[in-house]
Design a binder for this molecule. Sequence first.
Ligand code: SAH
Ligand code: SF4
Ligand code: F3S
Length: 437
Amino acid sequence: MQNSKKKLYIETLGCAMNVRDSEHIIAELTKKENFKITDKANEADLILINTCSVREKPVHKLFSEIGAFNKIKKEGAKIGICGCTASHLGEEILKKAPSVSFVLGARNVSKITKAIKEERFVDIDINYDESEYAFGEFRSSPYKAYVNISIGCDKRCTYCIVPHTRGEEISIPPNIIINEVKRAVQSGAKEIFLLGQNVNNYGARFSDKSIKNIDFSDLLEMVSEVEGVKRIRFTSPHPLHMDDKFLKVFATNPKICKSMHMPLQSGSSKILKEMKRGYTKEWFLDRALKLREMVKDVHISTDVIVAFPGESDRDFEDTLDVVKKVRFEQMFSFKYSPRPLTKAAKFSNQIASDIASKRLKTLQDLHREIIDDISLQQEGKTFSVLFEELKDRGWLSGRSDNNFMIQAKGSEEYLGKIVDVVITNPKRMVLYGEIIE
Ligand code: SAH
Ligand code: SF4
Ligand code: F3S
C-alpha cells in the first residue's frame, strides 16, 4: 500500500540564492521523504520559512509571521526556519518562538531530511561545505534553470551580513556545474541562470584543491558550449572583478544575455573605501561606460545604499552623478540598515533616518525620470523574448535578451519559445509589443 503524501508549505524570502536553496529543500523532501508541495499553510504538515537577513525589517517580521502560522497550522504540524536569519540567530529563534521545531542555516540545506526527524534541531555551521553535494532535481520554472556556481562570500563589505550567514566562498567544480546544466537543458530549460554572491570571482577556491586555472570567463564559455543552452544569465558579478577578459567574453559570446548587474552601492570613492568595496568611482564609471561602448543596447542594473555611516551631502552627490552618467536601466535602492556582526554597525557616524529617507527619495525620483526616458526610447525596437507566463486576457509575459519585461498578446503555444517582439507601447515597468511571425 502506498503511503499518502505529507504536505510541505514553503515561503521564500531574499535573493535568487534562497530561491535555489528552496528548490534544493523541495527536491530533498519530495524525492526522499514523501512530501508534496501545497500553497495552503493551514493544510501543511511542515511549514518552512526560508529567511533573508540582509536588512533589519524582514528579520523583525519573522517572529510575527511565526505567530501567524502558529495560529492557522494543523494540529501536529511542524514549523522550521531556514536561510540567512536562521544562520545568524540560530538557537535564539527556538527560545523566542518555542513553536519552531528546527533552525537550519543557509549553508546546511542538505541536512533538511535529518532536521525534520528530530524533536529540536539547530545546525547553522557556516563552514559546512555543500559545494559537492548531489542535490536532487527540482525547478520552479520549466524554462529557466538556476544553477549555483559558488557558495558563500569572501568579500566582507563592511555593511553586509552575508559572509556571516553563508560563510567563506567556495566554487563548485566545473564538471558538477556542466552536468547540472546538461540535465536542466534535457528537461526543457532554455535559459541558464548562474548564481553566486560574487560570480566573477569564480575559481578563487575549490574544495577539491586539484582544480586550478579556471575563472568565470572560462566557465561562461564552457556553459555556452553545452548543446541546447539558448541563453545564459548570471548574478551577482562584482564591479571589482570586471576585467577586460570578462567584458570581452560578455560582449562577444552570443548566448550570454546582454544584461549586466553592476552593484554600485555608492558613487563616492571615500564611502566605497569605508564599505571595503575595493573599487573607486572612476573604476566603476570606466567599466560601465566601456560596457555601453562594447555592447549595443546593454541593460545595466544596480544596487545602491544611501546614508551609509559618514555619507555627506557631497558623497551622496557623487552617487547621483554616477546614476546620471550610467543611466541604469534598473536600480534597487535601500536605506543603509545596520546589521549585527558587521563592522559598519559599530561606526560612530551613523546618519539620521530623516536624512536617509530624503536621500532615498531624491535618488528614486532621479531614477524614475531616467527610466521613463529609457522606456520611451524603446518604441519601434525589436527584441528577442523568452515567454514564460500567460497572464489574464491572453497577455504573454517574458524578458528580452537585455532583460526588459515585455508583454505581447498571444497563446500558450509561445510559452518557452524565444520570439521577436516589436515594441508598440512602452511603459515604465513593462514594454508592450507585438509578436513578429
Ligand atoms: N553579493 C551582492 C549583494 C548581495 S546583498 C553584491 O555584492 O552586490 C543584496 C544587496 O543588498 C546589496 O547589493 C546591497 O545593496 C544591499 N544591502 C546589503 N547589506 C545592506 C545593508 N546593511 N543595508 C542596506 N542594504 C544592504
Ligand atoms: Fe555582501 Fe559584499 Fe559579499 Fe556582496 S560582495 S554578498 S555585498 S559582502
Ligand atoms: Fe538575503 Fe541571504 Fe540572499 S541575507 S539577500 S537571502 S544571501
